[in-house]
Design a protein around this ligand. Structure first.
Ligand code: ZN
Length: 86
């Protein structure tokens, strides 16, 4: 069974199409059931799409991985405490 951490670890490879059919199936099953990972996947995919279309330069794999990591760390930050009404 795939955990959210497994999805995060494999997501950049998945977006690159660089996963085995078994792994892809597990990922897609988790994505269909996990809202958090759906958002993560969608955000990462869109960001990569935007970035890769902004300029004519190629983005090295390491950079896109950094990008994914940055997005993931933002999504996994603990939610800030709601403002208290006094
Ligand atoms: Zn998940």
């Amino acid at each position: 069974m795939f955990s959210c951490e497994d999805v995060r670890a494999a997501l950049s490879n998945y977006l690159d199409g660089d996963v085995s059919p078994d792994l892809r199936r597990e990922l897609e099953r988790h994505l269909s059931e996990c809202r958090t990972c759906q958002v993560l996947y969608d955000t990462t995919r869109k960001t990569l799409h935007i970035v890769t279309n902004v300029g004519s330069f190629d983005i090295p794999e390491a950079v896109s991985e950094q990008l994914v990591k940055r997005i993931m760390s933002r999504l996994t930050l603990p939610p800030s405490a709601p403002p208290s009404h006094s």
